[in-house]
Design a protein around this ligand. Sequence first.
Ligand SMILES: *Cc1c(COP(=O)(O)O)cnc(C)c1O
Length: 245
Amino acid sequence: MSELVESIRERYLFTLDKIAGAARSVGRSPESVKLVVVTKTQTLEVVQAAIEAGVTILGENYPEEGVRKIQSLTGNSAVEWHMIGHVQSRKAGLVAQHFNLMHSLDSLKLANRLDRFCEEAGRTLPVLLEINVGGEESKSGWPGWDETRWPDLLDDVNGLLALPHLELRGLMAMPPLGETAEFSRPFFQRLRRLQEFLMKQFPQAKWSELSMGTSMDYEAAVQEGATLVRVGTAIVGPRQYKTEV
Ligand SMILES: *Cc1c(COP(=O)(O)O)cnc(C)c1O
């Protein structure tokens, strides 16, 4: 095993262990949480090493970068690729063709385009609705910070459920950046309450997935009900903004 693989493996196993501990601390089964290792801006070498280290779900933020990696690593059919970043409508085709789960669906317009591309590609794409839980203007997603306005979301959800090639699976959020995990916790709790609200409104749909928690706060997210955590730097190290991938 190379040094790179070794160090990623160590941090990956450490993170899985923390996730299991957080799950057990609230009476959840560790198997109910999946770890998405976020490799945006990381080189192909790092992604390859992560796969060798045993990582099975990779998260990417930029469609072109993600597709380049997917196509370079086609021998690893057991690996799942998740899109977790904002996707412009004109990139929808790349996501529809190449990704296994879209965490960051943030508008009905994008949903319509994804649905059309999925139809062309002859597949169904599982999606999560991204919710803006903190009211920050810089964040995309459906407005979810004001709980009295949740009923405003229902029309769009109806529209999404009518799209035959998208399969709604739950919600995703990226809370405002804080210094501590405890700062994030109330935002995680809000996402969970919104999930319960939507379950009551649309019992026919599947709302079971909650994608929340990053390197700094994934344990709090698991305690609050996350089924998918998205961890980058804690496992693969700092992002490589200047490197060509
Ligand atoms: C980059 C990113 C992550 C991972 O963040 P880390 O701090 O590196 O763990 C998680 N979710 C989203 C949406 C991201 O863009």
